[in-house]
Design a binder for this molecule. Sequence first.
Ligand SMILES: *[C@@H]1O[C@H](CO)[C@@H](O)[C@H](O)[C@H]1NC(C)=O
Length: 382
Amino acid sequence: MRSLVVVLSLVLAQSWSQSVDPVQYPVQDPVQDPVQDLVRRWSDLGLGLFRTMASRSDQNLLFSPSGAGLSLSSVLERSSGIGRDQLDRALGARGLQSSDLVSGLRAAVGGDTLGGVAWFVAQGAEPDDAYRKSLEQSFGAELRTLDFGSVQDSVDSIQRWVLEQTRDRVQIHRPGLDLGPDPQLVLASALHIQARFLVPFNASQTVQERFFVDRYHTVMVPMMLSSGRFFLAYDRVLRTGILRLALDGGLALLVLLPDQNLHLSDLEDQLSHAQVQAWIRALRKTRLEVQLPRFVLEHSAVLKRALQQLQVTQVFDDNSLSQVLDAAALVVDETSAPGGVASSFKTPPPRLTVNRPFLLVVYHEVTGTLQLIGRVVDPTQK
Ligand SMILES: *[C@@H]1O[C@H](CO)[C@@H](O)[C@H](O)[C@H]1NC(C)=O
């Protein structure tokens, strides 16, 4: 334990000279690209929803800001009046043709890595052909008509779609899936990401090691090892190390590791798009051995209550929207990108061991889109 503290402080001390400046508000430059603006607003909405969820549990969590942004944006042009105003405010898409922006962003990120979206609508509540076309083309959304008369069958259909999208991983929490008295539209987003590391973890060096869940609990986890040049920063204000692991497909995984004896909730309270961008800007390249647990996160969340807390209420009150569901899965193991290379150093570099609870972010580097935000308290749990 003691040696770990020493090693970690040593590693992080190197990057102290480039530590993160406190976030200044406002941070955005005056002329902002509308797609960048959309990304920023989706991130802030997603991180706001994540904070709400995080404050209600102490367990592992995973949530997709881009999936939720995509599914909520897809109903924007169908709503009107106060409902539309509230959604506009939450999504920050006021006065913008959101479907064009979303197509632009989907093209920039590529494929379905923002997440899949489905509309489960009641018979008779289906959108017209033009809207349906825009759903498919701009949002990549699927439309399924359900007979909500049988709640059981409806939930089964939604579950099947979620399993298809997450490679059979995510089970929705049925007792928590409140569809309301007369469901008209249930929105679902789902995203599955298998991390493929550009600097590989060598499976033959994975060993069982201790992970300190809290002061009283340790668990044994398969701890992976990688050696190479990584990007690292240290936030002195939040006393948190930030490690970036590059993935293929233009994605990267940020590991946010607070110093020992700090609570993850202190870090969660500070999450914003501007803060994440400030961490990314502060990263500097350094030689490192990284020890990271192998883990799988699978999570589903119903968002109605959290959205209501963020002042999106009218669409639920007038029943134009009945429930919003997000399902996300992340697999972190020794899978590497084709052609990934490890470095070997003559003198062993400092070692960073991720052996206590941490937060993670998966993001698309060019656009800054946040695909996933997660909390790993116990890597042996899903
Ligand atoms: C993985 O580790 C083993 C054992 O230390 C070593 O023999 C092997 O060369 C390593 N493989 C790669 C690709 O670095």
